[in-house]
Design a binder for this molecule. Structure first.
Ligand code: IPE
Ligand code: MG
Length: 241
């Protein structure tokens, strides 16, 4: 979710306003997630490298996250969304940690979609932590390893899943330490639209593009029956047309 700061600066507003508008964009997108056939959305909210920002901006971002978890919780429950946080919790404030725990347990029954918030997240750290936890196993499979991947082991973390589509807004074309293992075969979608302007139309355009990509996973084009289960009917239709 990149481009909040530049969005604000371009309007003569403080960067904080960009982050506020970014939260509004999150609300808009979460609303349409199930309708677009997406069952898991991971939002890169705060990377471990974002601690390098001025303290005031970091504090503001943490406050916004707390606010989101508190005020949007009833709506998330109503929408059948399961909220989970990946990353490290060790450096977060106690109030935020408590709000995360509350949101995770209150939405644990959510079945219509999962929304993961990557917070103090670094994929390299996650891979390193998984490697350390896996070090005693001598029959480690990719699946075993992936199961250990979502964070630093300090909390009950969800199993990692391969990314089908990675969207980066704000004009940069890089992964910035996000889900590196999980993105091995992700379709990458980079757009100049800054995150605060990203809406359901942009989201649908990204998903439409995803369905036009031919995913071969290193093999040859598959028939619909061989297509992995995470891909939906539309994808099969693309093959059949
Ligand atoms: C992304 O917007 C939001 C977070 C990292 C939390 P930026 O704050 O990176 O916005 P730009 O890149 O400065 O425009
Ligand atoms: Mg940025």
């Amino acid at each position: 979710m990149d481009g909040n700061g530049r969005w604000a600066t371009a309007r003569g507003l403080p960067r904080e306003e960009g982050h506020r508008a970014g939260v509004a964009a999150v609300r808009r997108i979460v609303e349409v997630v199930p309708r677009l056939g997406v069952d898991l959305l991971t939002l890169y909210a705060f990377s471990s490298d974002n601690w390098r920002r001025p303290q005031a901006e970091v504090d503001h971002l943490m406050r916004l996250l707390l606010e989101f978890l508190e005020t949007d919780l009833p709506e998330c429950i109503e929408r059948g969304a399961r909220i989970r946080v990946i990353g490290s919790r060790a450096r977060l404030g106690e109030t935020l940690r408590a709000a995360i725990a509350t949101a995770e347990s209150a939405t644990a029954g959510g079945r219509d979609m999962e929304v993961r918030i990557a917070l103090d997240y670094s994929s390299r750290d996650a891979i390193l932590a998984a490697a350390q936890r896996a070090a005693t196993s001598n029959t480690l499979t990719r699946e075993d390893f992936a199961r250990r991947l979502s964070g630093d082991g300090s909390a009950e973390l969800p199993e990692s899943r391969d990314v089908d589509l990675l969207i980066r807004t704000g004009g940069e074309s890089r992964l910035s330490d996000f889900l590196l293992w999980e993105c091995a075969y992700a379709e990458l979608y980079f757009t100049d639209t800054p995150w605060p302007d990203f809406d359901e139309t942009h989201f649908a355009a990204a998903i439409r593009t995803f369905y036009t990509r031919q995913r071969r996973f290193g093999g040859l084009p598959a028939y619909p029956s061989q297509v992995r289960s995470a891909q939906t009917r539309q994808y099969a239709e693309y093959w059949l047309r």
